[in-house]
Write a protein that binds this ligand. Structure first.
Ligand SMILES: [Zn+2]
Length: 1101
C-alpha cells in the first residue's frame, strides 16, 4: 500500500504531559486496578495460619533481652496464638514467631512462590534448625522460597521480630519508647512472573519517557512504546502480557531476564560509564544501640547472600571488621557462607578499618589502630589487606588521612558525605588528595550523591551526569542498597539495573551501567585512564565538611572519656611493654589490651563519638564501656608497676614520665583514694599543698632526664593578691589581673614584656570588664539535626556572662588560685578555679600557663557555651589547630564563603594564634571545637541539643580544664609539649628509682615527638592471630615518631644497653618491614619529612 492521496480520518498528536501522567495507572492501578497490570500480579494467595508468638521477657534489671536462637529452649517458652492485626511491642522488645508452612500441591508447579510478611518492623526468618534465611523490613516484605523448601508436607519456620524499624523507633527526631508494630500480612503467594517482569520493564521505559532529556528521540520513543504496551494489554487475557513484553524488548533488548545483559556493550571499546556495587551502610549505633546492630548485621548480610544466589552478576561490599567479629561470635555459620561468596567475588569485605570512624576527634594513634586492628582481623579471616579506606559517611576529613592511609597499606579512599556541604559545592569527584606530609590517596565520591541509592533510572543517570570532572576519567561508582539501618539491595534494584543496561545496549543515551564489577575494578579503571592518577586534579590538606559542626562538642562526656582512654592506653602500652621486657615473670596482658583497644575504637564510630546517637547508646552502652576501660587500664598499669621497687621515703619517689622530654614546674595532684601509698608518704612528710577536700595533695615536680624531684620551694613563687576588688595572680614571670567578676583583664608576660589581653571594646567583647575567660552563651538553633549542627547565625545572637563572683582559694608559692562562680540560670552554674604555678627553673617554661579548671552544672535548652580570649595578636591571616600528628592551618578571616564556612572547627590538644615572634596557645584536656577569628580565640565547651537525645549533656558532672599559654616566637615545640604535658600527667604511682623508663630516648630535632611505645603485634606473647604466627618467637618494641610542626627534621633514637637491641627496621604502621637501619653504639639515626609519621620496630635479643 502506497501513500494514500486522500485523508479520511484525522489523527492527533498525543499531548505529552497527559500521556506521561497516565503511565502510572498501568502498574499502580489506582482506581482502575481491574483494567491494568496489577490484576495479574498474583496467581494464588492464602493466609498463613497457625502463627504462634512468644515475647522475650526483660531481664531482672528490666532491660530488653535479645537471646540467640540457639540459646532459647523453644519447648519451654509460652506460645500464644496470634493472627493478622496482632501488635508487636513496645519499642525494642523481641518476639519469636513460629509457623508450619504447608504448601498446596498446585502451588509447587509455579515459578514464583513466596512468603509475604508485613509488620513495619525488622525481622529475621529462620528455618527449623535455626539457620537464618532472610530479613524482613519495611523495605523487604517478601521471601522467595528457594528450591529446598518447595516441597509437600509441613515445614517449621521461626521468625524473630525486633520491635524497631530500620531507623530505630524515632518520631519527629525523638525516640518513641512506646511504638507498636501491627501484623498486617502473613501470606503464601504464587506470583505471575511474567506480570512481575513486565512491571519492571514498564517502570524503566516510563522513567525513560519522563527523565530522558527533551530533544532526544529516545525520550519520545520510550513514551510511544509505553502507550503501545498499554494498548496491547488485555485485562481479560493474561496471555497478552507476553506480547507486551515482546514490545518492551524493542528498547530494552532481549537479554534483560538474565545476567547476560551485561555481556553486551553499546560501544565497541566496551566502555563502562557506571560501576554499580551493592552495599548496605550499617551504622554501628545511631538511632539504635550496639545490641541491635549485632542483629542488623546478620539480617542484612543473610539477605545479601540470598540475592547473590539468585543474581550471578551481584557484587556486595561490607565494611567494619567489628561487625564481622560480631558475626563470627553470634552467627559463625553465616560467616562461613560469606567466605564462600567471597571466593566467588560476590561478597567482599572492604575498608580496612575497625569501624567507619569519626576522623575529627580520635587522636592520630587511634586512627592508626582503626587500621591495625581492622587490617589484621581481615587478613586473618579473608587473607588480604584492604587497599581502600571506605568512609562514605563521616563528619569531616582530617588533613592527615592520606598519610595515615598510606602507612597502613591503603592508597584509595571513598566518601560521599561532602555532598552535604551547606555553603560551598565541593568541585571534584575523582581526584588525588594530598596530606600534610605530601602523601596522597586516590579519592572518589559517588556522583549520585548517595551511598544508599535505590538503583533507580535517575541514580544511574546521575552517576554520570553529576560527575564533576568528567574531562578526566568519565566513570562513576553507583553504590546502591538500603542503608543507614542496614538492609541492602533488593531484588527490585537488580531487576531495574538489568533494564537500565538493556536500554543503554539497545538505544544508548543511558550511561552504560555494569554489574559483576568490584570497587577495585573501578579504581583500576581510573588509574589506567589517568596515567596512574597523574592526570587527576589535586586537593591539598583538610577536606572540611561544611556541616555538622556541633559534633565537635555534643555529648561532652564521651569525648572526655575518649581523650582519657587514649591517654590510658598510651601509658599502659608503654609501661606494660617495658616491664614485660625487663621482667620475665610478668605476663604481658596482650588480650586485655587488645580488648580495650577494640572497645575504644568501637566508640569512635561516626555517630557515637560525634554525639549523634540516641541516649540509650550512651547511658546503657558507651559510658559503662569507657568507664570500665579506664578502670581496667588503671588496674593493668598498677599490675605492671608492682614489679618495680617502692619508695621508702619522699626523696625516693619517682613518677613515670611517659614522654622523653624534661618536664618542670608541673603540679601533680595526688588523691588519697587513687594513689594511697604516695598520698601516705607525702602526708607523713607534710609535702605539697593540702587541698580543701583534705583528700588531695598537690605537689610541684620536676622530671629532668627521667629523674623526679619534688619541689619544696621554687625560685619564682606563685602568689595571689587582692586590690580594689581585683585579684593579681603572679609568679613574677607571668601576671594575671582578674576582675571581681572573674574576667582576665590583663595577662602580662614579664619575661618578654608583652600584654596578651586586648581590652578594646568590640561588639563581641563589650561588657563591664573586657578580657579573657569570658563565658559566652550563644543561641543554638540550627535549621535541622540538633545534635549535629550549629549554624552561622548562632554567632550573631549571644550573651556575655558577666555575673561572676571571685574569691581567693589558695595562696601558696607552689600554686596560687582564685575561685570564680558564675550563675547561668536558676539551675546552671560554672565554678572555675584559675590557677598559676610557681616556677622552679626559668630554663623551661612549657608549663608556665594560666590554668582554668571548671565544674559546670548544665541544664539548658539550645544554648552553646563557649569561653573567649581577645588577644593582642591581631594580624596573622591563619591560625594553627592541632590535628592528628600535625597542624591544620585555617583562616582567621571571612574573605570568601569557603572561609566563612569554617566558623567553627575541630582541633585537639591546642589551638594557637601566632605572629612570627610571639603567640598565644589555648590548651585543653577534653575539648575539640573552637575557632579563632581576628584576634579573638574561642574554645567551645558545652552544647544543649535536644534531639535525638533530649538528655544530652544535661547534668552536674562536667569537669574540664583549659589554659592560656603565651610564648615567645611562632608556634613551636613548646606548645606541642605543653599540649602533651597538659593531658598526659606524670603518673602518680610511686616507684623508686628505675632506669626502665629511660631505656628509649629521642634526641635531636625538637619538633620530633616519640608519641608511642608499644610491643610488636607479632611478638610471641602479643599476637592473637593464627595467620601472623612466626616460626621463631619475636620480641620487639614498636616506636611511633612524628614530625609535629612542618619541617624536615632528624634525630637519634637512643637505646639503653639493658634493652639488648638486636636490629632496628623502619616499618609501615602495620609493622611490616621496610628498610633496616644501622644501629651504632646503641643508637639509630632517623630523619623525617615535614609532618611525617614514622614507625620503627626494634627487635630485642
Ligand atoms: Zn552512617
Amino acid at each position: 500500500m502506497g501513500y494514500d492521496s486522500f485523508n479520511r480520518q484525522p489523527r492527533f498528536k498525543p499531548i505529552d504531559h497527559l500521556y506521561e501522567s497516565r503511565l502510572r495507572q498501568f502498574t499502580d492501578g489506582g482506581r482502575y486496578v481491574d483494567l491494568n497490570l496489577p490484576k495479574f500480579y498474583d496467581v494464588y494467595r492464602q493466609e498463613i495460619g497457625n502463627l504462634k508468638s512468644w515475647k522475650v521477657p526483660d531481664n531482672e534489671h528490666g532491660k530488653t533481652q535479645r537471646p540467640l536462637w540457639k540459646d532459647i529452649n523453644f519447648d519451654e517458652v509460652h506460645w500464644e496464638n496470634i493472627g493478622i492485626g496482632y501488635r508487636f511491642g513496645p519499642s525494642w522488645k523481641t518476639f519469636w514467631v513460629k509457623f508450619e508452612l504447608d504448601i498446596p500441591e498446585e502451588f509447587l508447579q509455579s515459578e514464583g512462590l513466596e512468603i509475604q510478611w508485613e509488620t513495619g518492623s525488622e525481622g529475621l526468618l529462620y528455618n527449623a534448625v535455626g539457620l537464618p534465611l532472610q530479613a524482613f523490613s519495611n523495605e523487604r516484605q517478601s521471601f522467595r522460597i528457594p528450591k529446598e523448601y518447595r516441597k509437600l508436607g509441613k515445614q517449621l519456620f521461626y521468625l524473630e521480630v525486633a520491635c524497631n524499624g530500620m531507623f530505630g523507633n524515632g518520631s519527629d527526631g525523638f525516640p518513641d519508647p512506646n511504638k507498636y508494630f501491627r501484623l498486617s500480612r502473613a501470606h503464601l503467594v504464587v506470583l505471575n512472573m511474567d506480570a512481575r517482569r513486565l512491571y519492571y520493564d514498564f517502570w524503566i521505559l516510563s522513567d525513560g519517557s519522563r527523565e530522558f532529556q527533551g530533544g532526544t528521540w529516545q525520550k519520545y520513543q520510550a513514551a510511544d512504546l509505553c502507550t503501545q504496551i498499554m494498548n496491547v494489554f488485555d485485562s481479560q487475557d493474561s496471555e497478552s502480557i507476553k506480547a507486551c513484553r515482546e514490545l518492551a524488548r524493542k528498547m530494552l533488548g532481549n537479554k534483560i531476564d538474565t545476567e547476560e545483559v551485561y555481556d553486551v556493550f553499546p560501544h565497541q571499546d566496551k566502555r563502562i560509564d557506571v560501576f554499580a556495587v551493592g552495599n548496605c551502610h550499617i551504622d554501628t549505633a545511631w538511632e539504635w544501640p550496639f545490641a541491635e546492630t549485632k542483629r542488623k548485621i546478620v539480617r542484612s548480610w543473610t539477605t545479601q547472600l540470598k540475592i547473590a544466589d539468585e543474581y550471578p552478576e551481584y557484587v556486595f561490599v561490607a565494611s567494619q571488621m567489628q561487625q564481622f567479629k560480631w558475626l563470627k561470635q553470634y552467627h559463625p555459620e553465616i560467616l562461613t557462607r560469606i567466605k564462600e561468596k567471597f571466593t566467588t567475588n560476590q561478597f567482599l569485605p572492604i575498608g580496612g578499618s575497625w569501624v567507619e570512624n569519626d576522623t575529627n576527634v580520635p587522636n592520630g594513634e587511634s586512627l592508626i589502630r582503626q587500621f591495625l586492628l581492622g587490617q589484621r582481623f581481615q587478613m586473618n579471616e579473608f587473607g588480604f589487606y584492604s587497599n581502600i579506606f571506605w568512609l562514605p559517611d563521616t563528619f569531616g576529613y582530617s588533613s592527615q588521612i592520606p598519610q595515615i592511609c598510606q602507612i597502613v597499606g591503603v592508597s584509595r579512599f571513598l566518601t560521599q558525605k561532602l555532598s552535604w556541604n551547606n555553603i560551598n559545592t565541593f568541585p571534584l569527584t575523582t581526584f588525588n588528595w594530598k596530606a600534610l606530609d605530601g602523601s596522597q590517596v586516590l579519592v572518589h565520591m559517588p556522583p549520585a550523591n548517595t551511598y544508599t541509592a535505590s538503583a533507580h533510572f535517575g541514580d544511574v543517570m546521575r552517576s554520570s551526569h553529576q560527575h564533576k570532572n568528567l574531562r578526566d576519567v568519565p566513570a562513576g561508582l553507583l553504590l546502591y542498597g538500603h542503608g543507614d539501618g542496614g538492609g541492602g539491595p533488593t531484588e527490585e534494584m537488580l531487576e531495574k539495573l538489568r533494564r537500565c543496561r538493556g536500554l543503554a545496549n539497545t538505544v544508548g543515551l543511558m550511561p552504560t551501567v555494569q554489574l559483576g564489577v568490584t570497587i577495585d575494578d573501578f579504581y583500576e579503571h581510573v588509574l589506567e585512564n589517568s596515567n596512574q592518577g597523574q592526570k587527576l586534579p589535586t586537593w591539598t590538606g583538610e577536606i572540611y565538611l561544611e556541616f555538622h559542626r556541633g559534633t565537635y562538642t555534643t555529648q561532652a562526656l564521651v569525648k572526655k572519656y575518649m581523650r582519657q582512654g587514649e591517654i590510658a592506653l598510651h601509658d599502659l602500652e608503654l609501661i606494660a611493654g617495658l616491664v614485660s621486657i625487663k621482667f620475665d615473670k610478668y605476663k604481658y596482658p596482650a588480650k586485655e589490651i587488645n580488648d580495650l583497644w577494640e572497645d575504644l575504637l568501637l566508640c569512635q564510630f561516626h555517630d557515637v563519638l560525634p554525639g549523634s546517637c540516641i541516649g540509650e547508646v550512651y547511658y546503657d552502652e558507651v559510658h559503662p564501656m569507657l568507664e570500665s576501660l579506664l578502670k581496667k587500664a588503671a588496674g593493668l598499669i598498677q599490675d605492671a608497676l608492682r614489679y618495680l621497687r617502692k619508695p621508702k621515703s619522699v626523696k625516693e619517689v619517682q613518677l613515670v614520665n611517659t614522654f622523653p622530654w624534661d618536664r618542670t614546674n608541673e603540679i601533680v595532684h595526688v588523691h588519697k583514694q587513687e594513689s594511697p601509698e604516695l598520698f601516705q608518704l607525702l602526708e607523713g612528710q607534710n609535702v605539697g599543698i593540702v587541698q580543701n577536700d583534705g583528700a588531695t595533695r598537690s605537689i610541684s615536680v620536676n622530671s629532668i632526664n627521667g629523674e623526679t624531684t619534688i619541689n619544696n620551694s621554687v625560685d619564682y613563687p606563685a602568689s595571689v593578691q587582692e586590690k580594689d576588688g581585683f585579684f593579681v595572680l603572679s609568679n613574677k614571670l607571668l601576671s594575671a589581673k582578674i576582675s571581681p567578676t572573674g574576667i582576665v583583664t590583663s595577662l602580662y608576660d614579664e619575661v618578654n614584656q608583652r600584654e596578651i589581653i586586648d581590652s578594646t571594646p568590640t561588639d563581641q567583647t563589650s561588657s563591664e570588664f573586657i578580657g579573657g575567660n569570658q563565658f559566652v552563651l550563644f543561641d543554638d538553633e540550627p535549621l535541622n539535626w540538633p545534635a549535629w549542627d550549629t549554624e552561622l547565625h548562632s554567632l550573631e545572637k549571644f550573651k556575655l556572662l558577666n555575673n561572676g563572683e571571685s574569691q581567693v582559694l589558695v595562696n601558696d608559692e607552689l600554686e596560687s588560685s582564685i575561685l570564680v562562680t558564675h550563675r547561668i540560670s536558676s539551675q546552671s552554674s560554672i565554678h572555675t578555679v584559675i590557677s598559676l604555678a610557681g616556677v622552679k627553673t626559668k630554663d623551661n617554661l612549657e608549663n608556665n600557663f594560666l590554668k582554668f579548671s571548671s565544674k559546670v552544672s548544665w541544664h539548658e535548652n539550645n544554648l552553646f557555651l563557649k569561653v573567649q580570649f581577645p588577644t593582642t595578636i591581631f594580624t596573622p591571616p591563619t591560625a594553627n589547630y592541632e590535628t592528628q600528628f600535625g597542624i591544620t592551618t585555617r583562616p582567621t578571616h571571612y574573605n570568601t564563603t569557603w572561609d566563612v564556612a569554617k566558623f567553627e572547627v575541630a582541633h585537639h590538644k591546642f589551638m594557637d594564634l601566632s605572629e612570627f615572634n610571639y603567640g598565644v596557645s589555648i590548651l585543653n584536656n577534653c575539648k575539640y571545637g573552637g575557632a579563632i577569628h581576628g584576634n579573638l580565640m574561642r574554645l567551645s565547651l558545652l552544647r544543649s541539643a535536644k534531639a535525638p537525645d533530649d538528655r544530652a549533656d544535661m547534668g552536674d558532672y562536667h569537669e574540664f580544664e583549659y589554659a592560656i599559654y603565651p610564648h615567645a616566637g611562632n608556634l613551636g615545640e613548646s606548645t606541642v609539649r605543653a599540649g602533651y604535658n597538659f593531658n598526659y600527667k606524670l603518673i602518680a604511682e610511686p616507684i623508686a628509682h628505675t632506669d626502665l623508663f629511660k631505656s628509649v630516648k629521642l634526641e635531636g630535632g625538637k619538633s620530633l615527638v616519640l608519641s608511642h611505645i608499644k610491643r610488636g603485634e607479632n611478638d610471641y606473647d602479643v599476637n592473637q592471630f593464627e595467620v601472623f604466627k612466626t616460626d621463631t618467637p619475636e620480641k620487639s618494641l614498636v616506636l611511633r615518631v612524628y614530625e609535629s610542626l612542618g619541617g624536615s627534621s632528624s634525630g637519634k633514637l637512643v637505646f639503653d644497653k639493658s634493652l639488648k637491641v638486636d636490629s632496628v627496621f623502619k616499618t609501615c604502621a602495620l609493622e611490616i618491614h621496610g628498610e633496616q637501619l644501622r644501629v651504632d653504639d646503641g643508637s639509630v639515626d632517623i630523619s623525617l619529612r615535614s609532618f611525617e609519621i614514622a614507625t620503627y620496630k626494634v627487635y630485642l635479643k
